[in-house]
Write a protein that binds this ligand. Structure first.
Ligand SMILES: [Zn+2]
Length: 142
């Protein structure tokens, strides 16, 4: 994700553009797996206190920029919604999350084609979350 893409994403979600917000989006965009708040707190790229980060995650969650995922133990982790950028338009986010039953990592699978879901006309689809469960490639080879 480039700085401009991050800025555009923030503006589209009616959020003020700040360095920290851009930084958080970029960190989330580079993560292969969902990331916990503790992992974000120790990230070298984000310089902020815990309260600020907590509030920012809440804001992003409320504006549907990120998903909060809970594992079976109730531990929360975060992942960026799956947006694709083409020119000025940002496609409807749809993402598939893969929950590994062995290592408990939650992967965001971007390269999975998700069929277009048709909802009744009086519903407006904003995002779509699908969670799959199974064994990840790392655990599968052990
Ligand atoms: Zn695994």
């Amino acid at each position: 994700m480039t700085n401009n893409q991050a800025k555009r994403l923030l503006k589209q979600h009616l959020l003020k553009v700040t360095g920290l917000r851009i930084g958080l989006l970029k960190v989330l965009a580079t993560c292969q797996t969902a990331i916990t708040r503790v992992q974000l707190e120790t990230s070298q790229e984000l310089v902020c206190d815990r309260v600020t980060l907590y509030r920012l995650l809440k804001t992003f969650e409320r504006r549907r920029l990120i998903h909060k995922l809970l594992d079976k133990q109730g531990k929360a982790s975060y992942t960026l919604n799956n947006y694709s950028f083409k020119g000025d338009s940002v496609r409807q986010p749809a993402s598939l999350h893969f929950n590994c039953t062995v290592c408990r990592a939650i992967y965001r699978l971007d390269k999975v084609e998700i069929p277009v879901m048709k909802v009744p006309l009086d519903y407006e689809l904003e995002s779509l979350n699908i969670t799959a469960t199974g064994i990840c490639p790392v655990c599968n080879t052990e």
